[in-house]
Design a protein around this ligand. Structure first.
Ligand code: ZN
Length: 249
């Protein structure tokens, strides 16, 4: 996301030894096999996972591991922990089969790509920065730092975002050396959240609409988004505007 604040999409490192992030390789993977690496207070840690953890404003995936409900997935020190329902637990070394709640996940992917497009349009048209966001399956919101607010102009930005989504732009992701990303204008928008030197950043590119360092899940083509509808815009302080949006169908 744009702006200078950590609540927007997080930067993520590709570090050897951590849970392999299958959702980076294929955001459309709905089932996977893995092995339990550790069982800790924070949850169950696997050698690989397709569950996208809560972070960067995105809600976590839900689903099942060996038939047990996964009620939350969290990230701590770049590690991923699966919280099981009903106090269930697992043994280290145990093989597991994971199933993602795909309906929820795909809605979050559509919402997330939409948030990038809306933010890119509003930033381009007004210079407003993103100060926060919350991406959820049914309704999402973006906070813009913007003093002058014109309802009619905003309706125009939403129309532009819808046109951009309907254009069928391809979304792709790749890794880039931190230094290289830093030297590419606009790629890294959260300077204070930067990983250490030498690390790689994951870059997400939405056609010619938006490119930035980003760790979250997206659709592979913006034609999957559908129609963006704005539910309301609230004033949250003198220069903060909170925009709530949904997607149809
Ligand atoms: Zn993002």
């Amino acid at each position: 996301m744009f702006g200078g604040s950590p609540p927007a999409c997080y930067l993520s490192r590709k570090v050897v030894g951590l849970t392999e992030r299958l959702y980076w390789q294929d955001a459309y993977m709905t089932e996977f096999d893995a092995k339990v690496e550790g069982v800790e207070e924070a949850g169950v840690r696997l050698d690989r996972t397709a569950f996208n953890p809560r972070g960067g404003g995105l809600v976590s995936d839900l689903g099942r591991l060996n038939g047990v409900d996964v009620v939350e997935v969290v990230k701590k020190d770049e590690e991923i922990y699966h919280v099981l329902g009903g106090g269930a637990t697992m043994r280290p070394g145990e093989p597991v089969h994971g199933v993602i709640d795909w309906e929820r996940r795909h809605r979050v992917m559509r919402m997330h790509t939409t948030a990038h497009i809306l933010s890119a349009v509003v930033n381009r048209e007004t210079g407003a920065l993103i100060t926060g966001n919350q991406i959820a399956p049914v309704e999402s919101r973006i906070d813009f730092s913007l003093e002058a607010f014109d309802r009619e102009k905003f309706a125009g930005y939403v129309k532009m975002a819808n046109e951009a989504a309907a254009s069928g732009a391809e979304v792709r992701s790749f890794f880039m050396k931190r230094e290289e990303a830093l030297n590419t204008p606009g790629f890294v928008k959260l300077a204070e959240a930067l990983p250490p030197a030498g690390a790689e950043l994951r870059i997400v590119q939405i056609g010619s609409i938006d490119t930035q360092a980003d760790g979250g899940v997206h659709v592979k083509n913006t034609s999957e988004i559908g129609e963006i509808t704005v539910n309301k815009i609230e004033n949250k302080g003198k220069s903060n505007r909170r925009l709530y949006f949904s997607l149809r169908p």
